[in-house]
Design a protein around this ligand. Structure first.
Ligand code: PLP
Length: 450
């Protein structure tokens, strides 16, 4: 079949996630046919540097035969069996052992699911169950953050703070509140980043007091907000948040779906920020996206209570800990470890990206260029005023489209341009990524000046 044939069929029958079908227009979707290393190849013969590692997940890059072999071997031996009731299988057990070995010391259990969204549904139920078992069932409220993303299921989107999602398919799950995000460039430039970070933590305390501390169960946040715009909080933020949570005896849920498995130069974002979360939802990089799998890493405080006092937890999915997915995830973690990928991101690739990506701040369209590990963002601003563009102009989307046409996948969140490439990217490929990002900025500027 030719590109056009796929596009016509796609248009006729395929409802894509997060897509405005009417706006798709005559042009249709790009058809991605194969991939290797950090590059994807489309049906027209274009080779495109995948600056987003798929959806922040292909941490080991494309074309890893070891992962394919792990899947094939497991599919032949035991393609499916479940972990319900009193059965399990070797891949799930071995993966659980590996994960707790990599996780912070106080985490010794994992509950497997199929995706990041299912992980956050599980979190919601576990948190409420925990407090009920502790004799405090009134602790129902969970506080998330505006613009946070925790998935697309009803619980995931309710925990997340994206208004556009809340406006569709609601009403949301009750007893979930949101506080401001620690987004200094977007919301705090009238003060120092450190003062702003403390102010955002103070907003958490104010919300706890408003809801009544006896009613608040947990706070959920990504160590670094990913889909909201690759937002690294000011250094003052997490220490202040930790202090508030400890004072009011509120659980911390660190959503590691994007930050986990080396993205920020540590096995988990929580290690970078020295958090001690009670629960850590994981997915994406757990299998480098080769097969769908997620989980919730459960700290001792919650796990011990669920095990000792909880009886049966009426929760789980047909594909919780699916054997082939678990085998691929285990091999993925073994490869990341054996190849020293996490250390390389922290000590070499992250600093190199920070230097090269940071140079883009010289571009007239860029107000800030930030990165941590292998996650980065550019804030687009009007060169005349240094202020952000009117959202309706869609400058970010324009830049994204120029970037794709120029051979780089760069994502736009409003007028914030984001990258999150595979963790196996080389220095030369980072140079290529920066050159292509600059070309997309130049093309955007030229278009705006027309
Ligand atoms: N949590 C975070 C932080 C995410 O970024 C995502 C997806 O982007 C999810 C949860 C949901 O994961 P999934 O798409 O696998 O359901």
């Amino acid at each position: 079949m030719k590109t056009r044939d796929y596009q016509v069929l796609d248009r006729a029958h395929h409802l894509h996630p997060f897509t405005d079908f009417k706006a798709l227009g005559e042009e249709g979707s790009r058809i991605i046919e194969r991939a290797e290393g950090v590059y994807i190849h489309d049906s027209e013969g274009n080779c495109i540097l995948d600056g987003m590692a798929g959806l922040w997940c292909v941490n080991l890059g494309y074309g890893r035969h070891e992962l394919v072999e792990a899947a094939t071997a497991q599919l032949e031996r035991l393609p499916y069996y479940n972990n319900f009731f009193k059965t399990t299988h070797p891949p799930a057990v071995k993966l659980a052992e590996k994960l707790v070995q990599l996780a912070p010391e106080h985490i010794n259990h994992v509950f497997f699911v199929g995706s990041g969204s299912e992980a956050n549904d599980t979190v919601l139920r576990m948190v409420r169950r925990y407090w009920a078992l502790k004799g405090r069932p009134q602790k129902q409220w969970i506080i998330g953050r505006e613009n946070g993303y925790h998935g697309s299921t009803l619980a995931g989107m309710s925990l997340g703070g994206m208004d556009v999602m809340h406006g569709q398919g609601g009403p949301c799950v009750p007893n979930i509140a949101h506080i401001r995000q620690p987004y200094w460039f977007g919301e705090g430039r009238d003060m120092s980043p450190e003062s702003f970070g403390r102010e955002c933590a103070a907003a958490l305390e104010a919300k706890i007091q408003e809801l009544g501390e006896e009613n608040v169960a947990a706070f959920i946040a990504e160590p670094v907000q990913g889909a909201g715009g690759a937002i690294m909080p000011p250094e003052s933020y997490w220490p202040a948040v930790k202090e508030v949570l400890a004072r009011y005896d509120i659980l911390l849920v660190a959503d590691e779906v994007i930050c986990g498995f080396g993205r920020l130069g540590e096995w988990f974002g929580s290690i970078h920020y020295d958090l001690k979360p009670d629960l850590m939802p994981i997915a994406k990089g757990l299998s480098s996206g080769y097969l769908p799998i997620g989980g919730v890493l459960v700290g001792d405080r919650v796990a011990d209570t669920l095990i000792e006092e909880g009886g049966e937890f009426f929760h789980g999915f047909t594909y919780s800990g699916h054997p082939a997915c678990a085998a691929v995830a285990l091999k993925n973690l073994e490869l990341i470890e054996a190849e020293g990928v996490v250390d390389r991101v922290r000590d070499d690739l992250g600093p190199y990206l920070a230097r090269r990506w940071g140079e883009l701040v010289e571009h007239p369209l860029v107000g800030e260029a930030r990165s941590l590990g292998l996650m980065g963002a550019l804030e687009l601003v009007d060169p005349e005023t240094g202020e952000r563009f009117d959202k309706v102009l869609g400058v970010g989307n324009l830049c994204r489209d120029f970037s794709f046409a120029g051979g780089l996948v760069m994502r736009s969140v409003g007028d914030t341009m984001i990258i999150s490439p595979p963790l196996v990217i080389t220095h030369n490929e980072i140079d290529e990524l920066v050159t292509k990002a600059r070309a997309a900025l130049d093309a955007t500027l030229a278009d705006l000046c027309q």
